[in-house]
Design a protein around this ligand. Structure first.
Ligand SMILES: Cc1ncc(C[n+]2csc(CCOP(=O)(O)OP(=O)(O)O)c2C)c(N)n1
Ligand SMILES: [Mg+2]
Length: 544
């Protein structure tokens, strides 16, 4: 037991858990935590210009490092500002700890109008966290922080929250730190593994549907090995993009709103192994497996199994251990006849043709982007036209190299998430694809990029519109456009005023501008003028 203030207990508990950086924005109720940072030099404290950015940065950091990201905010408005980012991290199963202030202990739950009060703050936090707790005395602080970390390291990683009142942060108490607990990954049940292996062995056209859980579990190698052993085609969700190198002969790319080769392949498959995915119906457009198709569902979160589709075999396990176990069971088999190569190639060719027909200019832009990016680049795809098309047209070859906002589709998330990703992986290029609407959400954090030397490259596509909504009006509402056009400053000039690099490039010169930006290593905004194009989710899927 040692004596320290509540603020010191917060910082020491984070240190004890190996936290290297905290993304925060101060205010009166959390100043004791700030003061405790003053006395130590092991951890970085990065101040953002909006609480949404603190939590988005924590998310970006978590996505590339696999370690929990930590955000620190005041109660009430600070927590509310951070909540869209927490929702995004929740959708993407990303481990983000929100450290939040509270009103004074004697004011909690009294609805008296205390500074920054929300009467029950955790009511807005609970739906976007896996676990949350208020620490009511100093000794409870490390216990709560350690439990939050344990929660994020076990099973399915999702955000957590710990909140502390300012009087508790200021008082001195006795604290103890127990050894850091890194839970063992969940192993599968062998009986179920054997049943699954039996189905896979007998399959003529096995299909693996891989989600974000594969990358989270570090299971890409096992996924590839199993696919090659089985001769199984591999489809992914947008979160799973990069789980298998997308130029591998067995890779089908991703399914999105009924588009993509997976939507043609899935109905032909006789056995589907879904791994690390909730099998969302809306965004994948996956047709429900129908008899005699068999679904094997492997996920560490038992609640996703049977949620969207009923599984024949349920494997509740860590994706890496689950795939390893399946691999062991099928490894010594003589390979059965598998999905003919020619059929897979045919689907890919048709998909390429469809892409060229539907989005030739976007494909050309993505080709130019791809031509200057190394495989270890982190591409943060925003909620914008070229980014949707990049789901199909960009080739991701590594896990953790393509970031999305999952089913939350949070406009404004991409730039601040990229800032956090670059803090987590400073040696990797980090490139953002954003629209003019989305970039404005966190544009002031260009100052954060400059202040801390965070060299992200932002490609902002300027169509002077909330393009997806405008196109929706064009097609579904007979061209009655209202409230979807935007006035913009020159983004290149704005960037320069902030002290960042600002470049302007027509689409045909984007590759050169991107190369220049990457070579400089500085925070850079590249402004690219485009017309408003049709997004894939406003197009009827093509039947094969
Ligand atoms: C937080 C949030 N608000 C609103 C939306 C709805 N929405 C989706 S795309 C879009 C337009 C985005 O405009 P921009 O960033 O310029 O990209 P563009 O569609 O023009 O490529 C809007 C308003 C959303 N997805 N998320
Ligand atoms: Mg736009």
């Amino acid at each position: 037991m040692v004596q320290m203030t509540g603020g010191e207990a917060v910082v020491q508990a984070l240190r004890h858990e190996g936290v290297e950086v905290v993304f925060g924005l101060p205010g009166v109720q959390i100043m004791s935590i700030y003061d405790a940072f003053y006395a130590q030099s092991d951890m970085r404290l990065i101040t953002a210009r909006h609480e949404q950015t603190t939590a988005y940065m924590a998310d970006g950091y978590a996505r590339v490092t696999g370690k929990p990201g930590v955000a620190l905010v005041v109660p009430g408005p600070g927590v509310q500002n951070a909540s869209a980012a927490l929702g995004t991290a929740y959708a993407a199963s990303s481990p983000v700890l929100l450290l939040a202030g509270q009103v004074e202990s004697f004011n909690v739950g009294k609805d008296r109008g205390a500074l920054h009060e929300i009467n029950d703050q955790q009511d807005i936090i609970r739906p976007v966290t896996k676990w949350c707790q208020r620490a009511e005395d100093v000794s409870a602080i490390p216990v709560a922080i350690q439990e939050a970390m344990r929660q994020m390291r076990s099973g399915r990683p999702r955000p957590t929250e710990v909140e502390v009142s300012p009087d508790v942060l200021a008082m001195t108490g006795e604290v103890a730190f127990t050894p850091v607990h890194v839970p063992e990954p969940v192993a599968p049940d062998w009986e179920q593994v054997r049943r699954a292996a039996e189905l896979l062995r007998a399959a003529k056209k096995p299909l693996i549907w891989a989600g974000g859980g594969v990358g989270l579990a570090g299971a890409s190698r096992e996924l590839l090995a199993l696919a090659e052993t089985l001769g199984a085609a591999v489809a992914t969700t947008n979160e799973g993009k990069g789980a298998i190198p997308e130029d591998h002969p067995l890779a089908l790319g991703l399914g999105y709103y009924g588009h993509g080769t997976p939507s043609w392949a899935a109905p032909q498959a006789d056995v589907i192994l879904a791994v690390g995915t909730r099998l969302t119906t809306q965004m994948t457009g996956l047709n429900a497996p129908t008899a005699p198709q068999k679904l094997i569902h492997l996920d560490v979160d038992s609640t996703v199994i049977d949620k969207n589709y009923t599984a024949e075999v349920r494997l509740v396990a860590d994706a890496r251990l689950g795939l390893q176990a399946l691999l062991e069971e099928v490894r010594h088999e003589t390979p059965a006849p598998r999905w003919p190569d020619a059929e897979l190639q045919d689907m890919r060719r048709l998909q390429e043709q469809w892409l060229q027909e539907q989005a030739p200019q976007q494909c050309e832009i993505i080709r130019r982007i791809q031509s200057v990016l190394s495989d270890d680049t982190v591409l943060v795809s925003g909620v914008t036209n070229v980014a949707y098309w990049s789901y199909f047209a960009y080739c991701a070859r590594q896990p953790h190299s393509f970031i999305t906002s999952s089913y939350f589709a949070t406009l404004g998330y991409s730039f601040p998430v990229a800032l956090g990703a670059k803090v987590g992986a400073p040696e990797r290029p980090v490139v953002v694809l954003t629209g003019d609407g989305g970039f404005m959400y966190a544009l002031p954090d260009l100052a954060t990029a400059v202040q801390y030397g965070i060299g992200v490259v932002v490609v902002v596509f300027v169509d002077n519109a909330l393009g997806a909504s405008k196109n929706d009006q064009r097609t579904r509402f007979k061209g009655r456009m209202v409230g979807t056009e935007l006035y913009n400053p020159s983004f290149a000039e704005v960037a320069r005023v902030f002290g960042a690099r600002g470049l302007y490039a027509e689409p045909e010169r984007l590759d050169q501008a991107l190369q220049e930006a990457l070579d400089s290593g500085e925070p850079t905004v590249i402004e690219v003028p485009i017309p408003t194009w049709v997004p894939p989710f406003q197009i009827e899927p093509r039947q094969k």
